[in-house]
Design a binder for this molecule. Structure first.
Ligand code: C2E
Ligand code: CA
Ligand code: CA
Length: 626
C-alpha cells in the first residue's frame, strides 16, 4: 500500500479528518491506519499509540504499526502498570513534552522486536505525550532503526497529531461515560432497564441458545424500611443487596435494577423451568438473608417471579410481562417465595390480551348485551327495580361475565366508552318498556365504574342520555362502589351533587367490603346502600354475617338511607332480611339476570312470586299487595 507523500500540513489535515468521525468501536482500526501513514511519512520502522488509564495507573495499548507478532497471551505490552518497576512507560506517566531519544535504548521491549526483525543493533525513538488540560493522557511513539534526527517542524507536527489523538481520546471517554450512565443504575451500578432490554433483545434473537430465564424480584415491604430508618438506610440496603447479588451470581448473569426495589436477573446459562425455579429459589434465599444497615440488622422477604423465553419465539416484552405476572402471583400467595409462570396464568393473560384487543370493537359492533336482574320487595314480590348487568357475547369464548372484561376496560381507557354504551343501551331499553306501559314504577339501576365517575363530563353525559330518551332522573339509580367514594371524596362529591340536581339516585354497591363507615357517606348525597352479597349469602349460616347485616340495616335506617340485600340465594336469607327490616332484595332465589325479552314477562306481571312463609301471613305474597 503506497501512500502519497504529503506535505506536513496536509498530513495533519488528513489525520484530523480521519479521526473526526471515529467512535469507541472504530478507534483502534482508524488509529492503526493513521499510524501506518505516519510510519510511511516519517520513514520510521514502528509506531504505537497508548492511552493512560489514570485510575489504574497503567498505559493501555490502543494501536500500533506494523502489527507486532504477539508471542505470549496476554500480550505483556497491552497493559503496562506504571508501578511495575520494569515498565518502560512509567517514565512517561506525567510527561507533557515530546522527547527525542537517540540511541538510548529507551524502549527495550519494542527494541527487541525491531532488532530481531531487522537485524540492526541501534534504534532511536520519539515519544510524544498526549496532553489534555495539562495532564498527560497517553503516548504516541515512533521507533527508527539506526539513528534519526527530528526537526522542530516535524516534532511540532507530531505534537499536533498527538493533540488530535488526545481529543479523540477525550471524546470517546465521554461517550463511554455517557453510555455507562445510560446503561447503569446510579444507586447500585447494576444494569438499568435500558441495558436489560438490550441484553434480552440479544438473548432472544433467533438461533441464540435457550430457554432464556428471567427472574423478576421484588422486596416485600421495603417502604416500611424507608419510613422507619430513613431513605439513606433504604438506599444502603438496596446497595448491599446489589453487591450480594453480584458476588453470588455468575459474572455473565445480567442483574438489572428497574427502580425502587425491583430487580430483574437474566442468567447467562440457558435453563429449563425446573432449573430456573431452583436458581430463583437460591436467589430468593440470598436476598431474604439479613442485611446490616448502620446499627440495625434488617431483613426483607423477597418474592421472585420466573418466566422463560424461547429465542426467536418469545418477545422481550412477553418474557418480562410473564415474569411480572408470576411475581404478582408469588406475592399474592403470601410473599417471600418463588412462582413460575404457568399455563393457568397464560390462559388468564391471553384472555386479558384478547379483551384488550377486541373490546373496543365489541362496544361498536353489537356483541355487548345487557341482562337485567329484578329487585323485589320481599314482602310482596313486587318488582321495584331492574339492575342492568353487562355481558359480552364473545365470538370464540362464549358469553363473558363482566368480571372478565370490565377490569380490563378500566385498565385500558375503555371504561368511558363501555360505560356510555351501557347507560345509553339501558336507557333506550327502559324508555321502550315505559312506552309499552311496562316498568312504570320500576327504577333502572346502572353500575358505574370509578373511572367514569371521576371523568369530567360524566354529569353532562348522563343528562344528555336522559333527555334523549325522555327519562326522568328519579327513575334511574347509579350504583357506585364504596371504594371510589373513599378514594376521591372531593371529586365524587362534585359529581354526585351534579347528578342529584337531575334527581338521579345514588346507591353504594357492595357495601360492607370497603373501609368506609356510614359516617363517610354522610358527606355524600347517597340514597341507598346495597349490602354485599357475601354477607347476605351466609345469613342463616354465619353469626358474624348476621351481626354485620343487622348493623348495616340499623345504620342505614338511622341515616335515612334505603337498603337493598343482594345475593339472596336461600329462603333463610330472605326471611332473615325481612326480619331485620331489609325488604328490598335481589338474588338468584328471586331471579337471575336475564335478557331483556325474558324480563318483560316479570315486568308485565309486576311481581315475582316467592314462597317465603313469612310470619303473620299464610302465603308469602299477599294477594293484591303492592
Ligand atoms: P354487582 O353490581 O354486585 O352485580 C351483582 C352481581 O351479582 C351480578 O354478577 C349478578 O349476576 C350476581 N348475583 C346476583 N344475584 C346473585 C346471587 O343470588 N348469588 C350470587 N352468587 N350472585 C348473584 P355479574 O353480572 O357477573 O356482575 C358482576 C359485577 O360486574 C357487578 O357486580 C358489577 O360490579 C360489575 N358490572 C356488571 N355490569 C356492569 C356495568 O355495566 N358496568 C360496570 N362498571 N360494572 C358492571
Ligand atoms: Ca351493582
Ligand atoms: Ca353488588
Amino acid at each position: 500500500m503506497t501512500v502519497p507523500r504529503r506535505t506536513l500540513d496536509s498530513l495533519v489535515t488528513q489525520v484530523a479528518s480521519e479521526l473526526m468521525a471515529v467512535d469507541a468501536t472504530t478507534m483502534a482500526s482508524a488509529s492503526e491506519r493513521v499510524l501506518s501513514w505516519l510510519v510511511e511519512h516519517f520513514d520510521v520502522d514502528f509506531s504505537f499509540l497508548r492511552f493512560t488509564d489514570q485510575k489504574q495507573r497503567a498505559s493501555i495499548l490502543i494501536a500500533e504499526w506494523p502489527p507486532r507478532p504477539v508471542a505470549v497471551d496476554p500480550d505483556p505490552l497491552r497493559v503496562a502498570y506504571f508501578d511495575q518497576t520494569n515498565s518502560v512507560f512509567a517514565q512517561f506517566e506525567h510527561a507533557t513534552e515530546p522527547m527525542v531519544l537517540r540511541d538510548s535504548g529507551e524502549f527495550p521491549d519494542y527494541q527487541q522486536f525491531i532488532l530481531e526483525s531487522t537485524g540492526y543493533s541501534q534504534v532511536s525513538a520519539a515519544a510524544v505525550p498526549l496532553v489534555s488540560r495539562d495532564v498527560s493522557t497517553g503516548l504516541l511513539g515512533f521507533i527508527k532503526v539506526g539513528d534519526r534526527d527530528w526537526s522542530t517542524r516535524e516534532v511540532n507536527v507530531l505534537k499536533a497529531i498527538a493533540a488530535l489523538f488526545a481529543q479523540l481520546q477525550a471524546r470517546v471517554e465521554a461517550e463511554e461515560r455517557l453510555r455507562y450512565i445510560a446503561m447503569h443504575d446510579d444507586l447500585t451500578g447494576l444494569a438499568n432497564r435500558r441495558a436489560l432490554l438490550e441484553h434480552m433483545e440479544d438473548r432472544l434473537r433467533p438461533g441464540s441458545p435457550g430457554p432464556v430465564a428471567a427472574f423478576f424480584l421484588d422486596l416485600d415491604r421495603l417502604k416500611a424500611l424507608n419510613d422507619f430508618l430513613g431513605h439513606t438506610a433504604g438506599d444502603n440496603f438496596i446497595r448491599t443487596l446489589a453487591t450480594r447479588l453480584r458476588e453470588n451470581l455468575d459474572p455473565g448473569d445480567v442483574i438489572a435494577r428497574l427502580g425502587g426495589d425491583e430487580f430483574v436477573i437474566v442468567p447467562a446459562k440457558p435453563m429449563d423451568a425446573a432449573a430456573a425455579e431452583r436458581e430463583a429459589s437460591r436467589i430468593q434465599q440470598l436476598v431474604a438473608r439479613r442485611v446490616t444497615v448502620g446499627e440495625e440488622t434488617v431483613s426483607r422477604g423477597a418474592s421472585v417471579g420466573v418466566a422463560l423465553g424461547i429465542p426467536g419465539e418469545t418477545t422481550v416484552a412477553d418474557v418480562l410481562r410473564r415474569a411480572d405476572h408470576a411475581l404478582l402471583s408469588a406475592k399474592s400467595s403470601g410473599g417471600n417465595g418463588v412462582a413460575v409462570f404457568t399455563d393457568a396464568m397464560r390462559a388468564q393473560f391471553e384472555l386479558q390480551d384478547d379483551v384488550e384487543l377486541n373490546l373496543r370493537g365489541a362496544v361498536a359492533d353489537g356483541s355487548l348485551v345487557l341482562h337485567y336482574q329484578p329487585e323485589v320487595d320481599l314482602r310482596t314480590g313486587r318488582v321495584v327495580a331492574l339492575e342492568a348487568l353487562v355481558r359480552w357475547q364473545h365470538p370464540t369464548r362464549g358469553l363473558l361475565p363482566p368480571g372478565a372484561f370490565v377490569g380490563v376496560a378500566e385498565a385500558t381507557n375503555l371504561a368511558g366508552e363501555l360505560g356510555r354504551w351501557v347507560i345509553r343501551t339501558a336507557a333506550e331499553q327502559f324508555a321502550q318498556w315505559r312506552r309499552r306501559g311496562l316498568a312504570s314504577n320500576v327504577v333502572i339501576r346502572i353500575n358505574v365504574s370509578p373511572v367514569q365517575l371521576v371523568s369530567l363530563d360524566f354529569v353532562e353525559t348522563i343528562e344528555g342520555i336522559l333527555r334523549r330518551y325522555g327519562i326522568d332522573g328519579s327513575s334511574v339509580c347509579l350504583e357506585i362502589t364504596e371504594h371510589v367514594v373513599v378514594q376521591d371524596l372531593a371529586r365524587t362529591q362534585v359529581t354526585l351533587r351534579g347528578l342529584k340536581r337531575m334527581g338521579v339516585q345514588i346507591a353504594i354497591d357492595d357495601f360492607g367490603t370497603g373501609y368506609s363507615s356510614l359516617s363517610h357517606l354522610k358527606a355524600l348525597p347517597v340514597d341507598a346502600v346495597k349490602i354485599d352479597r357475601g354477607f347476605v349469602q351466609r345469613l342463616g349460616a354465619s353469626a358474624d354475617d348476621l351481626a354485620i347485616v343487622k348493623s348495616i340495616v340499623g345504620l342505614a335506617g338511622s341515616f335515612g338511607l334505603g337498603v337493598v340485600g343482594e345475593g339472596v340465594e336461600t329462603t333463610v336469607a330472605a326471611r332473615t332480611l325481612v326480619a331485620l327490616g331489609c325488604y328490598r332484595a335481589q338474588g338468584f332465589l328471586i331471579a337471575r339476570p336475564m335478557p331483556g325479552v325474558e324480563v318483560e314477562e316479570h315486568l308485565a306481571a309486576g311481581r315475582i312470586a316467592l314462597d317465603l312463609d313469612l310470619p303473620g301471613t299464610s302465603r308469602s305474597v299477599l294477594p293484591g299487595a303492592s
